[in-house]
Design a protein around this ligand. Structure first.
Ligand code: URA
Length: 200
């Protein structure tokens, strides 16, 4: 059994939060175990809860279009959420739910070891860019401990709002060069602050 499959089984047995009891299926995440890019959204919605897979509804279709714009398929990246169970009525995740799921996401990151973590929306942004506003930092990156963190709007928000849609499309197109830069930097080990798209 792979480390990820083993982890999925453990996540499936988690009932720390009340919402675990109302879920149809747990949605741990999916994608390549050796993915260089990991996307982190917010929480499963109705479609995800039905299928046990992240980003399979309208926001997921848009995410797939965005990936295609940089010649990637979803099977080549890893996609997860901050929390693994669907909040009822698609309400925002509660701080306790985020806290309870924290270790699962950390374990996924430890196994996959992505070069870039792309945060989709406010909740995953808050984990890596605390205190920042998404309208200010979307499309910017920071490198910490060998990992590049890149903030983007959530596809669901961008789907219906034209200005955000233009922003998310433009931000997605930055990922290939960011990945190339991140790889060079890791191999050559120069000082950490040298990436051109990085936030000051
Ligand atoms: N929105 C998310 O944040 N995650 C999903 O899996 C689906 C929609």
């Amino acid at each position: 059994m792979s480390a990820l499959t083993d982890l999925y089984q453990q996540i499936g047995g988690c009932f720390k939060c009340e919402i675990a009891r109302s879920r149809c299926q747990v949605v741990p995440g999916e994608g390549a175990e050796n993915a260089e890019i990991m996307f982190i959204g917010e929480a499963p919605g109705w479609h995800e809860d039905q299928q046990g897979r992240p980003f399979v509804g309208p926001a997921g279709q848009f995410l797939e279009q965005l990936l295609a714009s940089i010649n990637l398929k979803r099977s080549q990246v890893y996609i997860a959420n901050v929390i693994k169970c669907r909040p009822p009525e698609n309400r925002d995740p509660l701080p306790t739910e985020i806290q309870n799921c924290h270790a699962w996401l950390d374990a996924q990151i430890d196994i996959i070891k992505p070069k870039i973590i792309v945060t989709l929306g406010r909740y995953s942004m808050a984990r890596y860019f605390p205190g920042k506003s998404i309208s200010k930092i979307h499309g910017t990156a920071q490198k910490r401990d060998g990992v590049v963190y890149f903030a983007m709007y959530h596809p669901a928000a961008a789907l219906h709002q034209f200005s955000l849609r233009q922003d998310i499309e433009a931000d997605m197109k930055k990922i290939p060069s960011l990945l190339a830069e991140a790889k060079n930097i890791r191999e050559e080990k120069p000082p950490p602050q040298q990436l051109s798209m990085f936030e000051a």
